[in-house]
Design a protein around this ligand. Structure first.
Ligand SMILES: [Ca+2]
Length: 117
């Protein structure tokens, strides 16, 4: 599990770093972070079982590259709230992205309950 955590984190942070390094202040928007997620999932090395570690890795990437990005037109006094709300949305977004981009696991057919239960 911890090995997998390191693998997934290095994939995510590698892609994020690649995008950030081309930018003048090395920070990018939440929309760009979603692009990182898409690119990581399309790369094919992540599967449904990685959801918890992928969520953590995306939150790490958020803290490293997105939180200090200055969102245009959002007053600085409320931007921390916006950043916190975006951060809090990451688990749901990762779950939705896994379900929409990755092939679905084939579910075992639901049988009848065992006799006598
Ligand atoms: Ca910000």
């Amino acid at each position: 599990m911890s090995d997998r955590k390191e693998v997934v984190e290095s994939i995510v942070l590698g892609v994020a770093h690649g995008r950030a390094s081309a930018l003048p202040n090395k920070k990018f928007s939440f929309a760009e972070l979603l692009g990182v997620l898409r690119s990581v999932l399309e790369d094919g090395r992540i599967d449904q079982g990685d959801k918890p570690v992928l969520t953590k890795a995306m939150q790490s990437a958020f803290d490293k590259y997105v939180r200090d990005y200055d969102i245009p037109f959002i007053p600085n006094v409320i931007e921390p709230w916006v950043d916190d709300a975006l951060y809090a949305a990451i688990p749901a977004i990762v779950g939705a992205a896994l379900n929409s981009i990755l092939p679905q696991a084939v579910e075992a057919p639901k049988g009848f309950p065992p006799m006598g239960s």
